[in-house]
Design a protein around this ligand. Sequence first.
Ligand SMILES: Cc1ncc(COP(=O)(O)O)c(C=O)c1O
Length: 469
Amino acid sequence: MTEPATAPKRSPLHPYAGRFEVHATMPEQPVSREQILDELRQMSTEEDRKGDTGRVSGSIYSGDHDHYHFQVEAFGYFGHANVLQRDMYPSATKMEAEIIAMTADILHGDENTGGLVTSGGTESLVTAMLAYREWGRNTLGIPNPQIIMPITAHPGHSKAFHWFDIDVLIAPVDEHQKVDVGWVRDHIGPNTVALVGTAGTYPHGVIDPIPELGQLALEHGIGLHVDGCLGGFILAWAKDCGYDHTPFDLSVPGVTSMSADTHKYGYALKGSSVLLFRPKSLRREQYLLIDDWPGGAYASPGMGGSRSGGLISATWASMLSFGKAGYRAIAQDIFRTADEVREAVLSHPELELVGDSLWNIAFTTTAESGMDIFHVNDGLGDLGWRMNGLQFPPALHFCITRPNTQPGVSEQFAIDLAKAVSYAQNPPNPMPRSGAMYGAGGAERPPKDKMRESSANRLDAIHEVGPLS
Ligand SMILES: Cc1ncc(COP(=O)(O)O)c(C=O)c1O
């Protein structure tokens, strides 16, 4: 049946229209709890299916539903608690401080290390950047502080530059996708207050040369933030698992802050990350302290005001339930699976690795192959895989998480990658269907010349109820 010209177009963003009622207005009468939970159960079960099979890169870090249920119970005890009110919820102080202390322990902090629990990686990054801006202004007397960040660093930093009007210099990377330290050295100026390095980067999972950046920071008396949002909780176990790597954490002289996301490889529920500062005094730089507000003296860290105690209790529970031994065992499986995925990629002369990651395997097609990596992605997508599409250079990455370590997954990946390479050698259409859109699993390909507009349209669309039926 053809729809009348005036009917709203079906949108892949709104697949439930026509299946569940669309609430474009508040229902007059209450909807039964049974119906609400039934709808939620259906959506959740269906949406988890793909990730649980282990065919998704990144995105889902644990995949263990028993672990989720355990954390949901832990969340439930304090989900309603506003931990801004510490007289009512001293448990939050115990648990939050222990989350920080445990993270500092595995990332080699010392007695001068302090931290915060934030709502996620981006909040950790913007909070760190704000601390450096304030430190630059208040301690170094620099009115327009500048931060130098590699092009591969996560855009979460750029949110801070955008919101807090901080000057940024974007440093290039070398052929291994690691920041060009010589360039950074040459560009540190009188306004530079901090450098950024990543361990490991979102695009290619590589560790920037943190010891060299630390040396530069020490020579110039400036800060160095290491973004370990993605890598912190997995790379922490690499040496124990027999994998060597560049030192990246607070054991490196000159590192003054580090972010590590508990809601990624800490396997906590979504909504938590840890930001560590060394020295602790740096943490103070971003506190908001107001003593003359009619509502009372106000003091708060980070971006949030009221915060749920549930995220703190669930994160604390997640960390304790693994301990070092538990995290190490999962990491061993992840590194082993990454070795197998890397081997599958290298078995194709048409493909090559980008970077040298231990667990976030980025790859592309060789120039000689004449193939488009996004045709490979289309082939993998047709077989049920969801890789992440990258640009500059065009590539894919397979960020290995716990669900990918299930028996048979890497073997099936090798089989399906071979099929995808054959598909890409002879694609049905010259233009691939997939592209490099962050957060869309490479499934979308907005027109290059309209990337910003089409991204803004997409953001608009995901905040609208969409078609009513
Ligand atoms: C290296 C890195 N830093 C920061 C972030 C931002 O984390 P979040 O999405 O939790 O805000 C990510 C997300 O993948 C990341 O990979």
